[in-house]
Write a protein that binds this ligand. Structure first.
Ligand code: FE2
Ligand code: FE2
Length: 245
């Protein structure tokens, strides 16, 4: 069974729900860069691949949005945008566990704080058509940037993205002028020193952020995977004691 089918079966979606969800996530899933993240090159939490983490987040985001709609909450909630945020929120450039090749000068530029910015830049480069509509782009960029809430995201001193020690700074030029402005506006909101400390402005981003926590709680089951969140080192993974799947 394909990984996508596995996810759809896991959450017992109806055929109608499967069709709706697949229509949103398939363009992302089929991209080469996403497929790379479905392999053991990218262990995300413990031994789970980044790709499977993202697919779980997308499914849980979809379920949470459906519940809000059923309860007639958030009349204008865009389920597709929330799921798209899930599909892009962790599209960072290189694996973070046991990666000694990345050295940053500032504590607040470490992977945990910086990766949402990297994800926005990569997503704009890999999926430019997704960001063509200004209003949708604004919601998605803000949702990706603040998905780690209640953890903060790296902010900017002088509204210049180059100060952030980004691995993928070369891709910044592919952002449209408008989307670069949205990115900077999100990063500068509720700025305290070197961090921006707030949740997403939009329901779509807030729901996705909640889904991310629900999924992560189930993934972080070993002490080594939790310690890795702070140190970046997962000894069990390094010694090959955890199979990445
Ligand atoms: Fe993240
Ligand atoms: Fe995540």
């Amino acid at each position: 069974m394909d990984n996508l089918d596995l996810i759809l079966e896991k959450y017992h979606f109806s055929q109608e729900e499967k069709d709706e969800l697949l229509a949103i996530i398939k363009p992302f899933y089929c991209h080469d860069e996403f497929q790379k993240r479905m392999t053991n090159i990218f262990p995300h939490h413990g031994n789970k691949t980044l790709g499977m983490h993202i697919l779980d987040d997308a499914a849980v985001t979809y379920i949470l949005c459906k519940k809000k709609k059923e309860k007639k909450k958030y009349y204008n909630l865009h389920i597709d945008l929330a799921v798209k945020i899930a599909m892009m929120h962790d599209l960072y450039t290189v694996p973070w566990q046991n990666n000694t090749s990345i050295k940053v000068k500032s504590f607040f530029h470490k992977h945990g704080f910086r990766h949402p910015v990297e994800a926005v830049i990569n997503a704009n480069y890999w999926f430019p058509e997704i960001f063509k509509d200004d209003n949708s782009a604004k919601i998605m960029i803000d949702g990706i940037i603040h998905h780690m809430w209640p953890l903060p995201v790296s902010s900017l001193k002088h509204e210049g993205i180059n100060e952030m020690e980004l691995v993928n700074y070369d891709f910044v030029e592919y952002l449209s002028v408008q989307n670069r402005e949205y990115l900077i506006a999100s990063l500068m909101r509720h700025k305290i020193g070197k961090i921006s400390f707030c949740r997403s402005k939009y329901h779509e981003g807030r729901i996705m952020s909640k889904a991310d926590k629900i999924v992560a709680r189930k993934e972080l089951t070993t002490t080594s995977s939790i310690i890795a969140l702070i140190t970046g080192k997962n000894k069990k993974l390094l010694k090959g004691k955890e199979d990445v799947r």
